[in-house]
Design a protein around this ligand. Structure first.
Ligand code: EPU
Length: 438
């Protein structure tokens, strides 16, 4: 299936009361796409189960197929059929489609000794440079050229390296993992990201035969092997999707029961719900949240794992708008992640952005001009509006606000949202939302 171009798709939402019911979450877009890349390095096919039906899987499959790798989909399972000699060039038509091309550079260098990957895309939530990836590839011994249209690299057999990331970047940690597993000798990565999706990738690579040791203090030690074998795995439930639906239930005065996402993936988010006075029930199978006694304001700073993840803050913003008083949200991961609040302001959310840092001197964006702090005044009266969805996570916050508003809304740019959420219209309609797609 070909992914819809960003910017397309329209939803008309008529608020229809509290959202209630069950949502079963599948694996996350941020895990599956990296697993697909890992699987192309194996000598034999790999199968990934519990894969979500999201646009980013379609885009990543198209990229792999353009390299000669087979990608076969059977319901929620995806089998990757690797080729020993893939094309080294990711076509420029994939320029800006998602974040995956840069992760292909290391694997292609391992397999064929050269790579060209077009400029990476993804949401417009900050500059999103790839310097950590490029520096890591160079440390592995590759000759890397950053061009206007992408990154070109060549190398003989890559050599293990000592690499320290200036910030625990998810993508750069994954780049290093995907490169080091087949490089010659030992790689020691310091300052690694520890997000659950990164660990999930490391575990999958281990199943494929990689030698990976996760050490304390953000260190990962990888001993390169000669070949990787096929493996199969079942993805863990998506913690961003789980949180988004929990918020959708609470904001509309309902209660959504999220099935299939383990508590340890939501621990920090659940704690915020507790601090806000929401009622949360957790079992081994599901989590549910409601706010029968209203919501209290709260101050939240986003952070790397195990902190409150940056992708959780967009639904949280709508939740904060329904708390009784002033809340503060401080973003520390992406410098431009709060731009989407314009759409929420159009829907009545009373929020002001500040470059003044509401965190502390340790914040990376302290004393910069980045609008990374927000003060939200609740309880805001939400009203319907015509909104253009700017990115995947922001898109869901507009949907939640529209569902809780006092009139109809039209949301355009829905393809952004479909890039990261599993069949969102179907799920929301099943929770009782009056949503029409065009
Ligand atoms: N950074 C650099 N240089 C680099 C790489 C990163 O300066 O070479 C900086 C970034 O600019 C940012 C920070 O490091 O300020 C963290 O970026 P990171 O590399 O961790 O983010 P990412 O790998 O590009 C992934 C997810 C994001 C998620 C972040 C943080 C994927 C495809 N994307 O992005 O998810 O927000 O980690 O957890 O895995 C989403 O799903 O909507 C999404 C944006």
């Amino acid at each position: 299936m070909e992914a819809a171009p960003p910017g397309s798709g329209t939803w008309r939402i008529q608020p229809s009361g509290p959202l209630r019911g069950d949502v079963r979450v599948r694996g996350s877009k941020n895990a599956i796409t990296k697993h697909l890349v890992a699987a192309m390095m194996a000598a034999r096919p790999s199968t990934i189960h519990n894969a979500p039906d999201v646009g980013d899987v379609d885009i990543t499959s198209e990229i792999l197929e353009s390299l000669g790798v087979g990608v076969e989909r059977d319901g929620s399972s995806i089998t990757v059929h690797p080729t020993a000699s893939p094309q080294a060039v990711v076509p420029v038509e994939f320029n800006g489609r998602n974040r995956i091309p840069i992760l292909l550079a290391g694997p292609l260098l391992n397999l064929v000794g050269e790579a060209f990957v077009p400029l990476v895309g993804g949401d417009r939530i900050g500059r999103r440079p790839v310097d950590f990836h490029v520096n890591a590839l160079t440390a592995f011994g590759a000759e890397v050229e950053v061009r206007n249209d992408g990154v070109a690299a060549k190398a003989g057999r890559l050599r293990g390296a000592r690499i320290e990331l200036p910030y625990p970047s998810v993508g750069a940690t994954e780049s290093v993992l995907l490169t080091a597993v087949l490089a010659e000798g030992k790689t020691v990565l310091k300052g690694a990201a520890t997000e659950p999706e990164v660990t999930e990738l490391a575990l999958f690579l281990q199943r494929m035969g990689a030698s990976i040791e996760l050490q304390p203090d953000r260190r990962i030690v990888i001993e390169g092997v000669e070949r990787l074998d096929g493996a199969s795995t079942t993805l863990e439930g998506d913690r961003i999707e789980a949180w988004s639906y929990l918020c959708a239930g609470v904001v509309t005065g309902g209660e959504v029961r999220v099935v299939g996402c383990r508590q340890d993936r939501l621990v920090t988010a659940i704690n915020v719900l507790h601090r806000m006075g929401a009622r949360v029930e957790v079992t081994d199978e599901w989590t549910t949240a409601s706010a029968p006694d209203g919501l209290r304001p709260v101050a939240v700073s986003t952070d790397t794992h195990p902190g409150f993840m940056t992708d959780w803050q967009t639904p949280l913003m709508v939740l904060l708008s329904q708390a009784d008083g002033m809340s503060v949200l401080h973003e520390t991961v992406f410098e431009n992640r709060l731009v989407y609040v314009l759409a929420l302001q159009q829907m009545g959310v009373e929020v002001e952005l500040f470059s003044a840092c509401l965190g502390g001197a340790a914040c990376r964006f302290h004393e910069t001009n980045n609008l990374h702090s927000a003060v939200v005044k609740g309880v805001s009266a939400l009203h319907g509006a015509d909104v253009d969805v700017p990115d995947v996570r922001a898109g869901f916050s507009s949907v939640i606000a529209a569902a809780a508003a006092d009139g109809p809304s039209t949301l355009t740019g829905i393809a952004h949202l479909e890039r990261g959420y599993h069949r969102p219209a179907e799920q929301l309609i099943s929770l009782g939302l009056d949503l029409r797609t065009t």
